[in-house]
Design a protein. Structure first.
Length: 127
């Protein structure tokens, strides 16, 4: 609101949709961590992991400034895919071909781990 940047209502809706889609793998990852570890351990593990994912995904420094090896690793992270999806939705730029498959794979894997961790936690607590 304090800059000359602007988006159309359609771009804003696309951006909000992109945020919702990009958040799914991270939600599952958080559930998996929360159900797998004790609370005192889960919080620092989640914070450390999400900090690394945020940095590697280009949320602090634009990926254009990454060295080639970090850019290659970054392309496989859900945070980078979510960033690319958001930018494509709000600016109308091209979406990298890897973004949606990366989000899908991370959502499926993290979702499966979250379901396993939740069931294991329920069995442990209520047996």
């Amino acid at each position: 609101m304090l800059t000359a940047a602007s988006v159309t209502p359609t771009q804003a809706l696309l951006g909000l949709g992109a945020l919702a889609v990009a958040g799914v793998p991270l939600l599952f990852l958080g559930v998996a961590i929360g159900c797998s570890l004790p609370v005192k351990v889960a919080i620092p593990v989640a914070q450390g992991l999400l900090f690394l994912l945020a940095f590697g995904g280009g949320l602090f420094i634009p990926p254009e400034g990454f060295p080639a090896w970090l850019d290659a690793v970054s392309q496989g992270l859900p945070t980078r895919a979510g960033r690319d999806l958001f930018i494509a939705g709000t600016t109308g730029s091209d979406l990298p071909a890897t973004a949606l498959p990366v989000l899908l794979v991370w959502a499926l894997v993290a979702g499966a781990v979250a379901v396993w961790a939740y069931r294991r936690d329920e069995d442990r607590r209520f047996r």
